[in-house]
Design a protein around this ligand. Sequence first.
Ligand code: FAD
Length: 454
Amino acid sequence: MLYFRELVTEINWHIVKQELAGLDLITDPATVAKLSLDYYHFSPILQAQLQDKRGELVIRPLNEAEVIQVAKTCVRYKIPLTIRGAGTGNYGQCIPLEGGIILDTSGLNQIIFLKPGIARVEAGVRMAALDKEAREIGWELRMVPSTYRSATLGGFIGGGSVGAGSLNYGQIKERGNVLAVRIVTLEDPPQIRELRGDDVQKVLHAYGTNGIITELEIALAPAYQWAEMIVVFDDFMESAHFGQALCDSDGIVKKLVTILAAPLPTYLTALKTYLPQGCSCALLMVAESSLEALLELIEEYQGHITYNKNATEASKGISLLEFTWNHTTLHARAIDPNLTYLQTFYLTLDKVEQMYNHFGEEVMIHLEFLRLGGKTIPAGLPIVRFSTAQRLEEIIDYHNQAGAGIANPHTYIIEDGGNGQINPAQLAFKALVDPYGLMNPGKMRAWLELSNSP
Ligand SMILES: Cc1cc2nc3c(=O)[nH]c(=O)nc-3n(C[C@H](O)[C@H](O)[C@H](O)COP(=O)(O)OP(=O)(O)OC[C@H]3O[C@@H](n4cnc5c(N)ncnc54)[C@H](O)[C@@H]3O)c2cc1C
């Protein structure tokens, strides 16, 4: 039985706050405003749509029992609930469209167990903290977003998708990366459910619309000593071919291969000593034990090494990782706020070249490689010189029609940011665990359509 939100009556916040008084509540309007937003402003489209959205109050539970207490209150008074990890999402994933309670998971930060190949943790654990602990036993996270220092594992599972390491292990949703999730539901009364195996897909990248993840179990990768290197090239397509060749070199152990077309490197001002004017570049993380083989490949593609740190040196300063993935966009926007970005699955270097030649500097190519269906393919986060919403649409359409699929980052709707298709398993699971439609309302198109159908 589903109960749609028309049934919701006025919420008496005084009573709600009294009922939750024993928990860590944040009501100060400035802090609530800050914790209501994320990095939605990377998109000029979302900026206009989301900048005024606010929750009523923020709650920071310290354990699962407190999460259940919040869930009970939300169900009793039919209060919208939006979950927040570190709030580094880019599509307004954790911005409450209908006010209500923001559940900040940063207090749920315990590592439950770590053993060779597997970690089980609470959802608010910071990825860098977990990685550090895992490395103590010779393992590491299979993939990390460039926000790994602040992002939570729950937020990555709920709203992220890829990162350094994805060229070996694919997207987070690939079978075997996430082994189990434990959630608290908004049924009446709230339940605890554990999903394992393929069932975890029901809540992956669901923006916290169908369950509060309290614990997760993930697969780990063997840890390596990662050297960091910048290689520069005179010609962009040569750098792209180098990137693909490195990814295809099965004997070279690597974690990150980022290719930036000129003039993108000029936006990485902290690295400007290593990035000559007019160059395209590769930012790399490669196992120290593979460096000799890498040098031969670099020579073959006529690249020039301008930055070369062994793992010990690399671990001291800021990692090159924080100039890649969507950090490239962050740095570029710091120089020119009129820049925005796309998320593109080029699939082949032919498509990369087509887009490069067609758009020139209007869409500056930023490649990241990832494993898909057994092959490593070029994907990326090209930087767009924004002019109008209509032109942005035209750029997206051109890519899609050419077969360079765009995961649109200019929408807060889950399906529209993916392949446009409704996910029946996620929808059915939402109907089961959130029958009142209280969780992050407005983000799942399938649910909106269901609740608006006669
Ligand atoms: C500069 C920059 C670089 C980035 N680079 C990358 C990248 O390399 N790869 C990538 O995939 N993303 C990237 N992102 C996006 C984002 O940082 C990641 O997706 C990150 O993993 C989100 O983690 P978070 O803790 O900040 O989650 P939040 O932004 O707080 O939440 C993300 C979503 O997950 C939901 N959620 C959070 N916790 C839970 C929970 N416990 N249960 C259920 N749902 C939950 C939230 O409701 C929200 O919908 C980048 C963003 C920025 C600003």
